[in-house]
Design a protein around this ligand. Structure first.
Ligand SMILES: Cc1cc2nc3c(=O)[nH]c(=O)nc-3n(C[C@H](O)[C@H](O)[C@H](O)COP(=O)(O)OP(=O)(O)OC[C@H]3O[C@@H](n4cnc5c(N)ncnc54)[C@H](O)[C@@H]3O)c2cc1C
Length: 384
């Protein structure tokens, strides 16, 4: 059996720790100026905030200088991202483009597209969404049916995508379309990525309301939408080759275990001074688990920085991280049940917990479900 699983014991460098303080000061200043508040939805489109982050050089900060980036390390980017999540900062306008779509364009887009779009992302003026899932192909992406047909000067798109996060506020989508049938030898053949301007004629976007009250993912329909030839991203019929390396970036960051972190912060504030061994043990256990997850996530960021593709390790971080963040609100509800309601304001805490309990179910589905991740890990370990 050929097993290759490795988490290098990487620690954040001193430069990243200095940057952390700078990010904290910046965020405190933005809150003071009223640009955002910690109760905002982190996915919301906040133009003023995106422009302020851009001014600091923190959008596309790890990208090449020739496209406007700062060539800073993934570990520095990690720290910026982590602090934004902890503060509940509204990064919706640029988060997907910074993490995923920009690096995809850098790797696979035409020079013309790179020169015109990347500076707009870096300026906080171009937001992106990812159009992969369809009503009958979520986990099994290779069953995608939305099609792109070659026409004079470009391609015509037809069909529908679903669960597309932030499609309603995005300027562009990187969408996966069928350009030919799969072959007998390779069922993953025949899919192609396109850059799609979301304002084109023939695109309709319908937000879908979730039980949390948010409506930040959407159904998107394409009706004879024309995209020019140079909006093709990568190889025709060969999108599957591009997917693997992108997934390591998508699956291993602190956003994969910090989405319900606000509940832990609120609980620690509530339980301050409580002299109950069961509470101390409970919080200690949660913090220790979080610490372990973070070490693994930083390790993957370090391996990405070294140019490796730790796909199995990234899948482990996403699986363990999302299972942990999903269970967190329920565990905090249990712990708060141990507190004297007449001494502590448990009712106010539970009100705040309600939101986290409502978003918890989605955490192990978005970005690849638990079962799919475990299949990837099993393959990486040579078990299937
Ligand atoms: C909040 C949120 C945001 C999202 N954002 C986006 C986005 O921006 N862009 C986008 O394209 N998609 C997005 N998605 C879609 C997401 O990627 C899919 O929901 C996910 O991949 C699962 O696909 P599905 O919903 O079709 O479920 P299905 O694939 O039908 O799966 C149903 C169940 O069967 C299990 N299952 C499926 N196949 C297997 C298998 N081979 N082995 C074992 N078990 C299996 C799954 O784990 C799941 O439990 C988002 C989803 C959520 C919840």
């Amino acid at each position: 059996m050929n097993v290759s699983l490795r988490f290098d014991p990487i620690r954040l460098p001193a430069s990243a720790q200095e940057l952390r303080q700078e990010v904290r000061n910046f965020l405190a200043h933005q809150i003071k100026r009223g640009v955002f508040s910690s109760s905002d939805n982190i996915a919301s489109d906040n133009e003023a905030f995106a422009h302020a982050v851009s001014q600091k050089g923190w959008i596309g900060m790890a990208w090449p200088r020739e496209y406007g980036g700062q060539e800073r390390s993934f570990l520095e980017r990690y720290v910026v991202n982590e602090e934004m999540l902890i503060a509940g900062a509204p990064t919706g306008r640029y988060f997907v483009a910074d993490r995923q779509s920009g690096p995809t364009l850098i790797r696979y887009a035409s020079e013309n597209i790179k020169r015109s779009i990347l500076p707009r992302i870096i300026a906080g003026d171009a937001s992106f969404c990812i159009g992969m899932s369809e009503p009958n192909s979520g986990s099994d992406l290779f069953a995608a049916r939305a099609s792109a047909k070659r026409v004079e000067g470009g391609w015509r798109l037809n069909g529908g995508k679903i669960w597309v996060s932030n499609a309603n506020i995005s300027d562009f989508m990187i969408g996966l379309f069928r350009t030919s049938k799969p072959t007998e030898e390779n069922r993953r053949h025949g899919l192609t990525n396109f850059l799609v301007d979301m304002k084109l004629d023939g695109i309709t976007t319908n937000p879908i309301r979730q039980m949390s009250g948010n409506a930040d993912f959407c159904e998107v329909n394409f009706n004879d939408v024309f995209v020019p030839e140079d909006h093709l991203i990568g190889e025709v019929d060969g999108a599957w080759k591009q997917a693997t390396s992108e997934l390591a970036f998508e699956r291993s960051g602190p956003e994969r275990f910090l989405e319900t972190f606000g509940a832990l912060q609120a609980f620690i504030k509530l339980a301050q001074g409580a002299d109950d061994l069961r509470l101390r043990e409970g919080v200690g256990r949660l913090v220790a688990q979080l610490y372990g997850l973070r070490r693994m996530s930083v390790s993957v960021a370090g391996m990405l920085q070294d140019g490796r593709e730790p796909v199995t390790e990234a899948s482990i971080v996403k699986d363990m991280g999302t299972v942990w963040e999903q269970a967190l609100p329920a565990e905090l509800r249990r712990l708060s049940g141990l507190m004297a309601h007449e001494v502590y304001d448990v009712a106010a805490f539970r009100e705040c917990l309600d939101y986290y309990l409502r978003i918890a179910p989605k955490l192990t589905i978005q970005g690849g479900s638990t079962e799919i991740l475990r299949g990837i890990v099993a393959r990486g370990l040579g078990l299937r």
